[in-house]
Ligand binder design. Structure first.
Ligand code: CA
Length: 697
């Protein structure tokens, strides 16, 4: 009897112990920097090095052909998915549309908790657009951290999903936003912001105490008005490289993506943004390099103090930011071991940079480049090609504003010594003939101060996956892809490279040769990078399926030809394994919305022109697509009955009244009746033109 009671007592204690425990494993820098830790995916780029290389090899190039879906989680209310999930002790954490964070059992996909920071409520009635995306989370201590579109940095308890603290990193009336993952290191969490094209912005990064949320330090990326005094010596130095009254334009430099922490050298590296506005003639009329635009800036992680910088595009004037990922590696170059940064920014050059000094070791073009002939390794500066600054009024520029590489993560395998680089092959025509030296951006209306249109791709394909050798600075293999905007890459010790494509195919390549070893048709474009992890002895590869990002939002017109119409396909999180037995339902068919004709509607040319300008300045294009050609982030307005005359009251209540805020459509309460009518005339004009051109289906 006593024995049985004792057993019962033990059972109760064990049960209570399990249910009452809210303690999560303490994540430290030691773990975040441990390359051999294999089960988890602890950080955005797996570890502090950002290599996205996993030592797992159960799935390898011999057996990857047997990979099958293991489980999936439907995400019917999500839209654009671009995030890298984290996996810690068998739990996967990811951020979806509208910054909703979820924790799921990484072995079954079962939802454990969900946290909605209610971005739509915070922003109710405000002019914001393009707010559906976020690229990831960061873990430290017992918490997980997210940064929201509206500028909050929030610590969540990993076990419960309950907020621990929340800090506002910019004010709501500033034309800034966040799409990036915060970065945790040394007891702090760092976050920057985006918005270079959204108004006159001045970029900065801020570090907060991971435990308390208290601000530790802030580093500005471009100088402010000298009359107000400089925040630090670095800003005083940077101001020497600007001319005119740049501070009235903000300057830009916003750090919206790459933040890398080097635990070995105790240094932070920040990838900085382009100029605000793009055209240097407006921003800094007498020239100048404009520090720290388009740079890798090294900072002291404890104080935020400047250490060094390397500027990839001095005096930038093409949107060639250096926000792309910053990967840490140890390479043997000319017989010497070197600690380097691998960096492939928009401007088309692949840089190998000395992590200790910031000096460039080598730099070669990894795509077609026509703005600079080469990088002079003595000065570290690009040698520009005459005409590239559109000084003659109009110029074809390669790469385009999308960059030869954008935020789609590259991975690096220390086994093959190769970088797996998602590459874009695009060009643009920049036209400065409407140059106006009195032009200023307005908050939330933005602009670039130079006209641009998409140019013809320099190749007969828009994208490629390249296996780039950072030592010889050449591609060891390359796979052309008809469509650009493929996902970031993952490489493993099984010598397999995984990547998702805009056409919905998820592929596994032989890391040595580029041979396709496996593919899966997800039935919807993939923009988020795959990850891998191990739970209960089983290796998984997982990816968020949901076309997303600015290209997917129709920034360039091709994206609407894929058939990923708004609401037509289900967003999903899918995990694969060699033992997988999940049956995944088929996706909805590709849908190509047909523009509606409104009988008797006469387009007023003047109103339509006013509407076109509003469509740009109110950033309708950020979701509904450039030229009203939506690519799945939002409804195709040409085909929307809501814009027909009989639905006018409904249209008003959605656009001005915010009736669809819950679905991600912001409210524009200040629009007048005439402006709403102008928008309708513009959309009808485009719809009628498309109809008469008999758009292909
Ligand atoms: Ca930009």
């Amino acid at each position: 009897m006593i024995l049985r009671l004792w057993n019962l007592y033990l059972l109760v204690v064990v049960a209570l112990g399990v249910s009452m425990s809210t303690e999560a494993r303490n994540i430290t820098d030691k773990e975040l920097a441990n390359e051999s830790e294999s089960a988890d995916w602890l950080a955005y780029g797996r570890t502090h090095s950002e290599q996205r290389f996993s030592p797992l090899a159960d799935i390898n190039r011999k057996n990857v052909g047997d990979l099958k879906p293991d489980w999936y989680l439907p995400l019917p209310d999500d839209v654009g998915l671009v995030a890298t999930p984290l996996v810690i002790d068998g739990v996967m954490y990811f951020v979806g549309t509208m910054n909703i964070v979820r924790a799921v059992d990484a072995a079954s996909g079962k939802l454990l908790w969900e946290y909605d920071p209610e971005v739509r409520k915070v922003l109710a009635g405000r002019k914001q657009a393009g707010w559906v995306h976020n690229r990831g989370l960061t873990a430290y201590g017992e918490n997980i951290f997210q940064a929201t579109w509206d500028g909050r940095l929030i610590a969540l308890n990993r076990k419960t999903g309950k907020p621990v603290w929340s800090q506002r990193t910019f004010e709501l009336d500033e034309a800034l936003y966040i799409t990036g993952a915060p970065k945790a290191f040394k007891g702090k969490v760092l976050i920057g912001n985006g918005g270079t094209e959204a108004g006159p912005t001045r970029g900065y990064v801020t570090a907060y105490d991971a435990e308390t949320g208290k601000q530790a330090w802030r580093f500005y990326l471009v100088p402010g008005n000298p009359a107000d005094g400089f925040e630090d010596a670095a800003m005083e130095m940077a101001a020497e490289t600007w001319t005119g009254e740049w501070w009235k334009h903000g300057g830009g430099g916003n750090a919206w993506h790459a933040i890398t922490y080097d635990a070995e050298l105790e240094t932070l590296y920040i990838g900085t943004g382009n100029g605000s506005p793009w055209n240097r003639k407006n921003r800094s009329p007498d020239g100048g390099d404009n520090l720290f635009l388009c740079s890798v800036v090294a900072l002291d992680p404890d104080t935020g103090e400047y250490k060094w910088h390397y500027q990839t595009t001095p005096g930038e004037t093409w949107d060639y930011n250096s926000n792309m990922d910053i990967v840490l590696a140890d390479l043997e170059i000319e017989g010497k071991p070197r600690k380097v940064i691998l960096h492939a920014p928009k401007n088309g050059f692949f840089y190998v940079i000395d992590r200790l000094t910031g000096r460039v070791i080598s730099a070669e073009p990894f795509a077609d480049v026509n703005w600079a002939s080469h990088i002079d390794l003595k000065t570290g500066r690009p040698v520009e090609i005459p005409g590239a600054r559109y000084e003659d009024g109009r110029q074809n520029i390669t790469p385009s504003l999308l960059g030869a590489h954008n935020w789609h993560a590259m991975s690096y395998s220390p086994r093959t010594g190769l970088v797996y680089l998602p590459t874009l092959h695009t060009s643009m025509d920049m036209d400065d003939r409407a140059y106006d030296d009195t032009w200023y951006a307005k908050a939330f209306e933005g602009g670039t101060a130079v006209d641009w249109v998409e140019g013809k791709s320099p190749r007969d394909y828009d994208g490629s996956l390249q296996a780039w050798d950072p030592i010889s600075q050449e591609a060891k293999w390359a796979v052309p892809q008809p469509l650009g905007w493929a996902s970031g890459t993952l490489v493993t010790a099984g010598d397999v490279v995984f990547q998702g494509q805009a056409d919905g195919l998820l592929k596994a390549y032989n890391a040595e040769t580029g041979e396709v070893l496996w593919h899966f048709d997800a039935g919807l474009g993939i923009s988020a990078p795959p990850i891998t992890y191990k739970v209960n002895g089983r290796q998984y590869m997982a990816v968020l399926v949901g076309y997303g990002g600015s290209y997917a939002a129709g920034l360039l017109p091709d994206a609407n030809n894929l058939g990923w119409a708004y609401g037509a396909q289900e967003r999903r999180l899918i995990a694969f394994s060699l033992e997988g037995q999940a049956q995944i339902p088929g996706q909805g068919p590709r849908i190509y919305p047909q523009p509606l004709l409104e009988a008797g509607f006469e387009v007023d040319a003047e109103l339509a022109t006013e509407g076109e300008l509003l469509y740009l300045t109110k950033t309708c294009y950020a979701c509904h697509g450039s030229g009203v050609l939506a690519a799945g982030m939002a409804p195709d307005l040409r085909a929307s009955a809501m814009l027909l005359s009989e639905m006018e009251p409904f249209f008003q209540s959605v656009v001005r009244g915010g009736d669809r805020v819950a679905r991600g459509m912001p409210a524009f309460p200040d629009l007048t009746d005439e402006e709403l009518e102008a928008l309708r005339h513009y959309v009808r004009k485009v719809a009628h033109e498309a109809h008469s051109a008999n758009i292909p289906d």
